[in-house]
Design a protein around this ligand. Structure first.
Ligand SMILES: Nc1ncnc2c1ncn2[C@@H]1O[C@H](COP(=O)(O)OP(=O)(O)OP(=O)(O)O)[C@@H](O)[C@H]1O
Ligand SMILES: [Mg+2]
Length: 261
């Protein structure tokens, strides 16, 4: 029975970060940023990574995406090792890196650029559908300069969604937005990503906003130290939808602060 459960848990793991370490080279000296970091993201799970500024959260996300190779350890999506950027992993960056000279639609198409299995027509269809899902139908031909911050961020989400990824990585996606916009996008993003119609099976969110984490996450992983390692992990069992004003909510927020301090 215990073995059955262990096997079921194994089957349901989508992302495995296994004993990952990373050294950057600075003036030929190695700078150890991450040491022996392990974590898992399961099916339909949103895992939040938090920790002090500069501790290596973005670096860890880049390693998961395949953009940066770890010095030691491995990252796997299901059974296959991540050895470079790949189509089943998408990332939304903090500062909505949109190409200003391209329309919303062209920015989303840009994310599909390398797909040789799709015709131009199919790409356009997927891009339009993703913009629609992100609440931007009617804004296909608008340039980023004419969009609000929240809308730009939604183009970034649409660009990531259009590739129909299995794993979605979000690096502080709401931090440069005003409170009201961020709050609305948070709600939208969760239901957009974690639902039976979505291609996305796991989400990893980097955030330093503890309330945001408790609002969204199924699990929190806290990084700290130099080099950074996992100093705490917490399953957030608070039922959804989560009431940000409830006492229970604040108890969960407190638990994360305790791990951070
Ligand atoms: N390309 C790079 N080359 C050398 N050092 C780097 C590089 N990128 C990041 N670093 C260093 O690695 C450390 C971790 O940076 P990282 O951006 O991952 O931190 P972070 O936790 O995301 O910070 P923040 O919360 O401020 O976004 C920092 O000391 C940073 O200076
Ligand atoms: Mg960062």
């Amino acid at each position: 029975m215990a073995q059955d459960q262990a096997q079921a848990a194994l089957r349901d793991t989508v992302v495995t970060v296994d004993h990952v370490s990373l050294d950057y080279r600075k003036e030929k000296e190695p700078l150890a940023v991450l040491v022996d970091v392990s974590l898992k993201a399961g099916k339909d799970e949103l895992v939040a990574i938090t920790g002090p500024s500069g501790c290596g959260k973005s670096t860890l996300l880049r390693i998961v995406s395949g953009l940066v190779r770890p010095t030691a350890g491995t990252v796997k999506v299901l059974d296959s090792e991540v050895k470079g950027p790949r189509e089943d992993i998408a990332m939304v960056f903090q500062n909505f890196v949109l190409l200003p000279w391209r329309t919303s639609l062209e920015n989303v198409l840009f994310g599909l650029g390398s797909r040789k299995d799709l015709t131009e027509e199919q790409k356009a269809e997927k891009a339009k559908a993703a913009l629609d899902v992100a609440g931007l139908s009617g804004f296909e031909n608008v340039y980023p300069g004419e969009l609000s911050g929240g809308m730009k961020q939604r183009v970034g989400v649409a660009r990531a969604l259009a590739t129909e990824p299995r794993v979605m990585l979000l690096d502080e996606p709401f931090s440069s937005l005003d409170d009201l916009t961020a709050e609305r996008l948070r709600k939208e993003t969760y239901t957009l990503l974690i639902n039976p119609q979505s291609s996305v099976q796991s989400v990893i969110l980097v955030s330093h906003n503890v309330e945001e984490i408790i609002e969204l996450a199924d699990k929190v992983v806290v990084l700290s130290g130099r080099p950074a390692h996992v100093v705490g992990e917490l399953e957030v069992t608070l039922p959804r939808p989560r009431n940000k004003k409830s006492e229970e909510f604040f108890q969960w927020v407190d638990r994360v602060y305790t791990l951070l301090s």
